[in-house]
Design a protein around this ligand. Structure first.
Ligand code: GLC
Length: 525
């Protein structure tokens, strides 16, 4: 596959399709039931044929896996579960041979509690240098029995855990915005950045093409750690004035990161930025900060033309002031699968397919989460299978994110569907997934996989054409826009609508003459 042509010398990522490989769930090469790096390498031809420009690999660094790799104990080595540094080198080389870029996932906001720094901090005394790498505070109340403030963890429960001091007495508390096994780092301490710089250079020197930066709007904590006004916050649904995130001090951190990354021409940074306000979102994309930031409006929109149009307009507006590149996603490893979100069953699938054509028609960088191209639904897992820390921390009220992380079905008629040599994979695979396997879908021109392949092919052929979206008139309940020469029409209403003028290139489902049926999208030129 040839890299996208960029006649106007835009960077490679400016109009590219990223494929998010959740390494545990993509492909298992060694039969332990968990996906790994060699599994990704073994399926690079699949990704090349799918037509993606780059891979975003979720964290593969050494980790106890309390949050499946977002709890990093050694940021500069590969966890044995996924392979080793030579396996990563093999993947980078083989991806580059296919003109596919490889980006990794870095977690600067926190470490694992098994990180040597935190182990040392626990063994040290209050006020020590080791404790200054994290956010330790005395508790409130006469005996310090109440947490230092009222912050809650994103995964549920308090954001503070009390430690036992080396002398055996109950002692200070440490902050963890996520699980208790993910202590937040103290980014006011220059040692934290110095070490992060080492990590950036370590992977860039090995040839990776950039990073997705976890919780990019975290890291900086407000002076004095004031209480939150509202503590009843759902997972990743916090508001912009939440003191735990999006503090002004985060921007100098991004500038420092960018200064390092700029030493590696072509390397990209993609920030996870859960910030709603467009002006504040744009600050992360100033020329000396992140290259890209995830905008989650499209995946938060209902299957409703007005809502979707609003999300698109907003995402474009969010980057306009800084001349930034818009980003688009319908799924990732933290949210419910689109098929299920849009209504599940045949309707959910039809809508997810229609939204795929909307996604892939948009200008900028698009992200496809593994399995999305197969139309996988969210899996209703039995309670005993749940692994996401959200399940425990929410007191079993939130099932968490495991349902979108079930391994991919590649081939065959029964679990593990070619994902692994063993049937009992790390999350169980539904026994009725045979029709969803890559093998079956490749043989069917109408499959969701065939739709993604064709759409990505057309997108690539047209790369660089049109950086804006022009809305076209269409009946109520539908939307139509032109980007470059391509027109995309989507019908979210209940009745068929007339297709815009043009030659039909691709449709997400059967059409009825010149009519676009409900839950269907089409591309025309
Ligand atoms: C991000 C990741 C999520 C992880 C959390 C803590 O939101 O996408 O999977 O649990 O950060 O690192």
């Amino acid at each position: 596959m040839a890299a996208s042509p960029h006649p106007d010398h835009k960077p490679w990522w400016a109009d590219s399709a990223f494929y998010q490989a959740y390494p545990r769930s993509f492909a298992d090469s060694n039969g332990d039931g968990v996906g790994d790096l060699d599994g990704v390498t073994a399926h690079l031809d699949y990704l090349s044929d799918l037509g993606v420009d780059a891979i975003w690999l979720n964290p593969v660094m050494v980790s106890p896996m309390a949050d499946h790799g977002y709890d990093v104990a050694d940021p500069r080595d590969i966890d044995p579960l996924f392979g080793d540094l030579t396996a990563l080198d093999r993947l980078v080389t083989a991806a580059h041979e296919r003109s596919i870029k490889l980006t990794m996932d870095l977690v600067p906001n926190h470490t694992s509690s098994a990180h040597p720094w935190f182990v040392e901090a626990l063994a040290a005394v209050p006020g020590s240098r080791a404790r200054e790498l994290y956010i330790f505070r005395d508790g409130r109340g006469p005996d310090g029995t109440r947490p230092p403030n009222n912050w809650v963890s994103v995964f549920g429960g308090p954001a503070w855990t009390r430690v036992t001091e080396p002398d055996g007495r109950p002692g200070q508390w440490y902050l963890h915005l996520f699980d208790a096994s993910q202590p937040d780092l103290n980014w006011d301490n220059p040692e934290v950045f110095a070490d992060f710089e080492k990590t950036l250079r370590f992977w860039l020197d090995r040839g990776v093409d950039g990073f997705r930066i976890d919780v990019s709007h975290g890291m900086a904590k407000p002076p004095g750690l004031p209480d939150m006004a509202v503590t009843d916050v759902k997972l990743l649904a916090h508001q912009d004035d939440d003191p735990r995130f999006n503090r002004p001090g985060v921007h100098p951190i991004h500038r420092a990161i960018r200064a390092v990354v700029d030493d590696y021409p072509g390397a990209v940074t993609v920030g996870e930025v859960w910030v709603h306000d467009n002006a504040q979102f744009a600050e992360y994309l100033r020329p000396d900060e992140l290259h890209l930031a995830f905008n989650f409006r499209l995946l938060q929109a209902d299957f409703d033309a007005a809502d979707i149009r609003d999300a698109i307009d907003n995402s474009l507006a969010a980057v306009a002031s800084v001349d930034g590149t818009p980003t688009w996603a319908l799924e990732n490893h933290d949210v419910q699968r689109a098929v299920t979100r849009y209504g599940d069953g045949a309707i959910g699938l039809a809508r997810a397919r229609a939204m795929a054509l909307v996604l892939l028609a948009l200008p900028g960088s698009v992200f496809v989460y593994n399995g999305q191209e197969l139309g996988l639904p969210e899996v209703e897992l039995p309670e005993e299978a749940l692994q996401d820390p959200v399940w425990e921390r929410s007191g079993h009220t939130e099932r968490g994110r495991d349902g979108c992380r079930v391994p991919l079905p590649w081939s065959g008629a029964a679990p593990a569907f070619g994902f692994s040599a063993r049937a009992d994979t790390w999350l169980p695979m539904p026994s009725d997934w045979a029709p969803l396997t890559v093998e079956r879908q490749l043989g069917d021109p109408d499959s969701t996989l065939s739709l993604y392949r064709r759409a990505l092919e057309i997108r690539r052929e047209r790369a660089g054409s049109g950086t804006g979206v022009e809305w076209l008139p269409i009946s109520d309940g539908a939307l139509a826009f032109r980007r470059g020469g391509l027109v995309c029409a989507l019908n979210t209403g209940e009745r068929p609508v007339a297709l815009p003028d043009g030659e039909l290139l691709l449709a997400s489902g059967p059409l009825s003459g010149a009519q676009l049926p409900p839950n269907t999208a089409a591309w025309l030129v």
